[in-house]
Design a protein around this ligand. Structure first.
Ligand code: PLP
Length: 391
């Protein structure tokens, strides 16, 4: 793939951080940027911009099998989750979430309950990274009027949540369910006719669209007070004020359509490449192991621990591979991954874990190059660490 200027030679395996733009998304964004028009204006220019937004809304709705009126465009999944949790929490006295959520949910939940001790229940995960539907069921049955927010797939390990029994248990107890589907959308089929969540967050830049745009799905009929984060001109039916980001929204729509059209072919191809990478690394790097290997996972993600080789040193030793360490999703945070710690890894092992995330443009040749570079880097770091450790 063309990964840009200075890093053109690096193999890009950081799709969970952000994806390269799909050509369709690039074109749609560019076309929208080239035309003037505020989607709120009533003249032809405004109408053209509004038509681009309507088209994109339909493209996203088609991908999710929901209706256009159930989608609010936002600046990304972080804002969508903030919006969802803030609105839903006003009527509820408890937020139930999981220990492996992205900070977009965990920190929002913590902020909302700051003055209400006991109003947040964080479900643990097992050593495969899975939340237990039984624990959730017991908690909602006991506490009832709750907001449940559980991610559909984890950004660090790719572990997929068995959400359906959780949704059923939550609804039976009168709770609302939000899911952060940021890493799942566009990578595996998602049918909101079958997955009965009330609220769902997604982001364009994880499925081949531009950064800085996303959406919140609010199921029709969900009893939710309107509590915008941004007040102003009443855009997005009062949920999110501010002139619409027409180029970004057009890019999101085009990316959604392309991802939806291609995922039947992309998902198995990417899974095969991920398996190839894991096979090479596990056989060539003694002691290495995969986090969440026994769980159901997204096609293109692998979180691999190389005991005795700190990830920051490994990554620094292989500048020709763009991957990330466990904590990459939180800007500038040097602390070990809360996800891996929740799965029971030691701090040392969590710090010695690299996440490789593949996507629609990844090739077999790139995977072989990345595997070779990783084997060399881990061997080198272990040798250096070994020599500094010895007396
Ligand atoms: N949720 C998950 C699971 C993510 O991986 C990310 C991105 O890293 C986000 C939320 C935040 O998305 P955005 O960058 O659109 O705010």
């Amino acid at each position: 793939m063309n990964s840009g200027s200075y890093a053109a030679q690096a193999v890009y395996l950081d799709y969970n951080a952000t994806t390269p733009m799909r050509p369709e998304a690039l074109q749609a964004t560019y076309d929208a940027l080239q035309t003037v028009g505020n989607a709120s204006s009533i003249h032809d220019h405004g109408r053209e911009a509004a038509a681009r937004v309507d088209h994109a809304r339909q493209q996203v709705a088609d991908m999710l099998n929901c209706s256009r009126g159930e989608l609010i465009f936002t600046s990304g999944a972080t804002e969508a989750s903030n919006l969802a949790l803030q609105a839903a929490y006003t009527q509820r006295d408890l937020i139930i979430t999981s220990a492996v959520e992205h900070p977009a949910v965990l920190e929002t939940a913590r902020a909302l309950v700051r003055d209400t001790p006991g109003a947040l229940f964080v479900l643990p995960v097992d050593n495969k990274g899975r939340t237990d539907p039984g624990t959730l069921k017991a908690t909602v049955e006991q506490r009832g009027v709750a907001l449940v927010s559980i991610m559909l797939a984890n950004n660090e390990t790719g572990v997929i949540t068995d959400l359906t029994p959780m949704i059923e248990a939550a609804h039976e107890a009168g709770a609302l369910v939000h899911t952060d589907a940021t890493q799942y959308v566009g990578r595996l089929p998602l049918d909101l006719g079958a997955l009965d969540v009330d609220l769902l967050s997604l982001s364009a830049h994880k499925l081949g669209g531009p950064q800085g745009v996303g959406a919140l799905f609010i199921r029709r009929g969900t009893p939710l007070p309107q509590r915008p984060l941004v007040f102003g001109g009443g855009h997005e039916r009062g949920w999110r004020a501010g002139t619409l980001n027409v180029p970004g929204i057009a890019g999101l729509g085009a990316a959604a359509e392309a991802a939806h059209r291609q995922l039947g072919e992309e998902a198995p191809r990417i899974t095969k490449l991920r398996d190839l990478l894991e096979g090479e690394l596990l056989t060539q790097i003694p002691g290495s192991y995969i986090n969440g290997a026994a769980a159901s996972r997204l096609p293109g993600v692998t979180s691999i621990t190389f005991p005795g080789a700190p990830a920051d040193a490994v990554l620094a030793s292989m500048p020709d591979v763009a991957a990330s360490d466990g904590s990459a999703c939180s800007a500038g945070a040097p602390s070990p991954s809360h996800v891996l710690l929740a799965m029971g890894l030691s701090r040392e092992d969590a710090d010695s874990t690299v996440r490789f995330s593949l996507g629609y443009a990844t090739t077999e040749q790139e995977i072989r190059r990345a595997a070779d570079a990783t084997v060399r880097a881990v061997t080198h770091v272990r040798a250096v660490m070994g020599s500094t450790d010895s007396p």
